[in-house]
Design a protein around this ligand. Structure first.
Ligand code: NOJ
Length: 534
C-alpha cells in the first residue's frame, strides 16, 4: 500500500440515519439542518466522513429506500440549499459526505413507474421488469421471491402483466438491461459528484441485473420460501462487473471520490471480487454483525477477509447499521460499557475502514416495539417472528431533555427510555464514558500511521478470551491487546518482541504503561490496551 493519505482508506466513516439523528423544525423527523447543527459534535468525535441514508424524495414505504426522484432532496429533510450548506460546512470541518444511492429499484410513485405501468406501449414500459406467464395470467412469470415476504412478482390488472420487486411491491426493480436506464443511473453519480458529494454507498448493487431469460432459481433447503432457492438468476449476474467499472471511471473523473457497495445475499468471496483497482473502492464486509462475543470468531472473519482481498483492495468493518440489532444489544453489553470499549478498540484498530453507526459511540441499545408501534413494514409483515428494524433506528440520544433532545415535537419513533442516563451530554462530561473513549481512540488512530495503513499481524492468542495483533509500517509498530473476558489474562507477545520497549497509547483500565515481563503482557478484565513500540 502506498503512503499517500486517502480519506476513505485511512479515515472513519459514520453512518447517519437522517430521520433519527437531529430534528431542527419540530416535526418529529430528523433533517439536514439538524445534521449541520451537529457537525461540531462529529468533528470533535474525530470521524472523517458521514454517510447519509437516503435523503431523496420518498413515500417512505421503506423509509427512503424507495426513491421517487434521484436528483432532489425530500422536503421533510430540507431543501437543496440546506444540502449544499451541509456539504460546504462538512467540508470546512474536514468531513466528507457520502450519499446512499438506491439504484436497484425505485418507488412505485416514481414518475417513471407511473408511466411504465400506464400502458404496455408507454416509452417507460421497458424501464422496469414486466413479464407474463404464457401458461396463464394468474401464474407469476417464474419462482423468484421477495426478500420482504411473498412472491417477487406483482400482477397489474390494468395491463395484465407482472412486474418484479426484490423488496416491497412498492419498490419495483429497474431494468438495467435497458441502455436508457443505465445512462440515467450513471447521470445520477455525476449530478451529485458535481455538487461536491465525496462518495456513494450503493444499495444492493449486486441485484441490478437479473437473468436475461428470467429462468427459475434452483431449489435449496431453507425455512422461508425466499431461502428455499439458490439466488442464481436474480443476483450477481456477470454483467454487473461492467457496471462497476463504468461507475469507477465516472468517479475517477473527479478528485478522490469513493464508492462502497452493499452486496446483498452474496458471500465475502463475491463481495471481494467487486472491489479493487478499476472497480469499487470497497464492498461491505458484514461478518462482524453475525459474530458472537468471542475473539476467535472475529479473528476468523478478519483472516478470511484479508485472504480474499487482492493486494490493492482495502478491507472495511461494520459492527452496526440501520438494518441490524445494535451491537450493545447483540452482545448483551453490561451497563458499564467496558465490553463496548473492547469492541470499539477492535473495530478502530484493524486494517480497514471502520464504519460507525450513529449512537454506537454512546452505546445505544435497541428499543423494543409493540405491534402497534411498528413502523418498518418488514416487522408488520413478519410479526411476531421478525419484529423488523425499528429497534436500531430510534432517535439519537443527545441529552436528558424530553425525547432525548432529538426533537421539540413528537418523534416518529420513540426514544429508548434509557436516554435519561445514556446520552451525549452526560457522556461528554464524564471522562470515563464510552463517548470519550471513542474520541480518544479516534485521536490515537489519527496520530499513528500504523493504525491506519499498517500491516495486520495476529499474535498467538487464547481464542476464548483474548485477541492480540500488531499493526506495522516500516517506521512504526503498534500492539493492540483486547481482553474479551472479565478475568485477568496474559498475552504472549512471542520471542521477537521479548525485549521490546513499549509506551502506552491508550487503555480503558490504566494510566501508565504496563510491565511486559519476558514477553507476557498482563491484561485486566475487559481491557483494551494499545501500545507503541519504542
Ligand atoms: C438495503 C438497505 O440497507 C435496506 O434498509 C433496504 O430496505 C434494502 N436495501 C432495500 O433498498
Amino acid at each position: 500500500m502506498q503512503n499517500k493519505t486517502l480519506w476513505w482508506r485511512d479515515g472513519v466513516i459514520y453512518q447517519i440515519y437522517p430521520r433519527s439523528f437531529a430534528d431542527s423544525n419540530g416535526d418529529g423527523i430528523g433533517d439536514l439542518p439538524g445534521i449541520t447543527a451537529k457537525l461540531e459534535y462529529l468533528a470533535d468525535l474525530g470521524i472523517d466522513a458521514i454517510w447519509l441514508s437516503p435523503i431523496n424524495p420518498s413515500p417512505d414505504v421503506d423509509f427512503g429506500y424507495d426513491v421517487s426522484d434521484y436528483k432532489a432532496i425530500d422536503p421533510k429533510y430540507g431543501t437543496m440549499a440546506d444540502f449544499d450548506d451541509l456539504v460546504k460546512k462538512a467540508h470546512q470541518h474536514n468531513i466528507h459526505v457520502i450519499l446512499d444511492l438506491v439504484l436497484n429499484h425505485t418507488s412505485d410513485q416514481h414518475p417513471w413507474f407511473i408511466q411504465s405501468r400506464s400502458s404496455r406501449d408507454n416509452p417507460y414500459r421497458d424501464w422496469y421488469l414486466w413479464r407474463e406467464n404464457p401458461k396463464g395470467k394468474h401464474l407469476p412469470p417464474n419462482n423468484w421471491q421477495s426478500i420482504f415476504g411473498g412472491k417477487g412478482w406483482e400482477y397489474d390488472e390494468k395491463t395484465e402483466q407482472w412486474y418484479f420487486h426484490m423488496f416491497y411491491k412498492q419498490q419495483p426493480d429497474l431494468n438495467w438491461r435497458n441502455p436508457a436506464v443505465r445512462a440515467e443511473m450513471m447521470s445520477i453519480f455525476r449530478f451529485w459528484a458535481d455538487r461536491g458529494v465525496d462518495g456513494f454507498r450503493l444499495d444492493v448493487f449486486n441485484e441490478y441485473y437479473k437473468d436475461a431469460e428470467f429462468r427459475d432459481n434452483p431449489p435449496k433447503w431453507g425455512i422461508r420460501p425466499f431461502d428455499q432457492q439458490k439466488h442464481m438468476h436474480d443476483t450477481d449476474q456477470p454483467e454487473m462487473m461492467g457496471i462497476v467499472e463504468e461507475i469507477r471511471k465516472i468517479l475517477d473523473g473527479y478528485p478522490e471520490r469513493y464508492a462502497v457497495g452493499e452486496t446483498f445475499m452474496s458471500g465475502a468471496d463475491k463481495a471481494a471480487a467487486y472491489c479493487g483497482p478499476g472497480k469499487l473502492h470497497a464492498t461491505f464486509n458484514f461478518s462482524f454483525m453475525h459474530n458472537f462475543w468471542n475473539p476467535a470468531g472475529f479473528l476468523k472473519s478478519v483472516l478470511d477477509w484479508e485472504a480474499l482481498l487482492t493486494e490493492d483492495s482495502w478491507p472495511n468493518y461494520v459492527m452496526n447499521n440501520h438494518d441490524n440489532p445494535r451491537s450493545a444489544t447483540r452482545y448483551r453489553a453490561p451497563e458499564n460499557d467496558e465490553r463496548l470499549k473492547v469492541a470499539a478498540g477492535m473495530l478502530l484498530t484493524l486494517r480497514g475502514t471502520p464504519f460507525l453507526y450513529s449512537g454506537e459511540e454512546i452505546g445505544m441499545r435497541d428499543i423494543s416495539v409493540s405491534r402497534s408501534e411498528i413502523q418498518d413494514p418488514l416487522g408488520l409483515h413478519y410479526w411476531p417472528f421478525n419484529k423488523g428494524r425499528d429497534g436500531c433506528r430510534s432517535p439519537m440520544q443527545w441529552s436528558t431533555a424530553r425525547y432525548a433532545g432529538f426533537t421539540n415535537g413528537k418523534p416518529w419513533l420513540k426514544a429508548h427510555p434509557n436516554f435519561i442516563k445514556r446520552n451525549v451530554e452526560l457522556q461528554k462530561a464524564d471522562p470515563k464514558s464510552l463517548l470519550n473513549f471513542y474520541c480518544a481512540l479516534l485521536r490515537v488512530r489519527r496520530a499513528n500511521p500504523a493504525l491506519q495503513q499498517g500491516m495486520f499481524v495476529p499474535l498467538t492468542y487464547n481464542p476464548q478470551q483474548i485477541l492480540g495483533y500488531l499493526r506495522q509500517t516500516a517506521d512504526q509498530t503498534v500492539l493492540v491487546a483486547l481482553n474479551f473476558g472479565k478475568r485477568k489474562v496474559k498475552l504472549a507477545l512471542g520471542p521477537r518482541l521479548n525485549d521490546a520497549n513499549w509506551e502506552l497509547l491508550l487503555s480503558n483500565k490504566r494510566e501508565t504503561t504496563p510491565k511486559v515481563e519476558r514477553g507476557w503482557l498482563q491484561l485486566m478484565g475487559d481491557e483494551v490496551c494499545i501500545l507503541l513500540q519504542k
